[in-house]
Design a protein around this ligand. Structure first.
Ligand code: NAP
Length: 331
């Protein structure tokens, strides 16, 4: 192909994400300079954080996407031409390729993959979801067999891996989800000990029934009313891993958090983290995660949208909870 399609961000969001924020452009496939290679992207990851990357705020862990430039994203693809000594035609690679069919690279931030791994598995398990789950659970949570963990966003790509790792390590695991279908999936398919549907259950009563001896670890992916109910039930020396607060991403005002009194009374550790700070740890995080995958202890489901342009509305599925598993755009 001598031209390819790309999508630029041209406007900051103030409501639902749609085509008015973007411009679809045709670009000419560039000539390669020495040290460069060209990737044909086949699968793109959509992530809730993209909403933050589109916002004008510069007070975050990563600069916003500049208007008029290709929307930022990670993806999976194949090298189709190379003048780079480390990458050859046919290599399967993962990197920050953006919302476009082809990407020019000098290799920075691009990882070569085992060619036997399917794209959906790479993006659902070994990319951001698995790395984020492994980093938060082990480095911050320090789980011990016999402890009790609650994870919000439990049927999502990060939360489902957190829960399965903790189950494999001998913890009691309860997941918080927004539908009965997701509750069924995490209990029946993934082996969680219980589920709370934050949209329909009496949250306090359901937690009392499922975790009568309190909560040692809380993996926070969402915020919302469940946060207070969990916080009230934390055990002494509990750990809270603050990974995401999706309930606040589209809210005008963030919800007030719980009183800090319990942090003292229960001697809690609460820590936020973002993966871009920990990219140097990717090899060790993958070394920790991979054996669980090899033992068949990590199941995943991918929610695949078809075609580059589906990304423009696909992001809304995160906020309605309609995504069932890792949201991926197949190009
Ligand atoms: N710190 C990091 O480096 C890092 C890295 C990756 C992801 N994250 C964060 O981790 C969280 C999960 O990410 P993911 O990629 O795995 O997404 P995901 O869980 O696969 O999808 C998002 C889910 O959030 C739930 N949700 C949406 N609005 C909600 C609300 N108001 N209250 C409660 N739940 C709500 C929905 O599930 P239900 O149907 O169950 O409501 C939705 O399916 C996000 O907050 C994301 O920003 C952080």
């Amino acid at each position: 192909m001598s031209t390819y399609t790309a999508i630029n961000l041209v406007k900051r969001p103030s409501g639902p994400i749609g085509p008015d924020l973007f411009e679809v452009v045709e670009k000419t496939v560039p000539e390669l300079a020495e040290g460069q290679f060209l990737v044909k992207q086949t699968h793109m990851s959509l992530d809730p954080a993209m909403l933050g990357w589109m916002s004008p705020s510069t007070d975050s862990y990563i600069p916003p996407v500049e208007l008029g430039t290709v929307m930022r994203s990670s993806g999976f693809g194949e090298v189709v031409a190379s003048r780079h000594s480390g990458f050859s035609e046919g290599d399967h690679v993962m990197g920050r390729f953006g919302w476009q069919q082809m990407a020019l690279s000098d290799g920075a931030g691009v990882n070569k993959l085992d060619p036997t791994l399917p794209a959906e598995m790479v993006l659902s398990v070994f990319a951001l979801p698995g790395l984020t789950a492994t980093k938060g659970l082990y480095d911050i949570g320090k789980p011990q067999a016999g402890e009790t963990l609650v994870v919000s966003g439990a049927a999502g790509s990060v939360g489902s891996i957190v829960g399965q790792l903790a189950k494999a390590d001998g913890l009691t695991v309860v997941g918080v989800v927004g539908s009965d279908e997701k509750a069924d999936w995490i209990v029946r398919e993934l082996g969680f000990d219980g589920a709370v549907n934050y949209k329909t259950d009496d949250l306090g009563a359901q937690l009392d029934a499922l975790v009568p001896d309190g909560i040692d670890l809380y993996f926070e992916n969402t915020g919302g009313p469940i946060q207070h109910r969990v916080f009230e039930r934390m055990n002494a020396h509990g750990r809270i891993m603050v990974c995401g607060m999706i309930a606040d991403y589209t809210a005008r005002e963030p919800q007030p958090g719980p009183s800090w009194l319990n942090i003292i009374r229960k001697r809690l550790t609460i820590q936020g983290y973002t993966m871009p700070d920990h990219l140097h740890q990717v090899p060790e995080l993958l070394a920790k995660l991979t054996p669980y995958v090899q033992r068949g202890q990590i199941k995943y489901r991918a929610h695949v949208l078809e075609g580059l342009e589906s990304a423009m509305t696909g992001l809304n599925l995160f906020f309605s909870g309609e995504n069932k598993g890792k949201l991926i755009v197949k190009l």
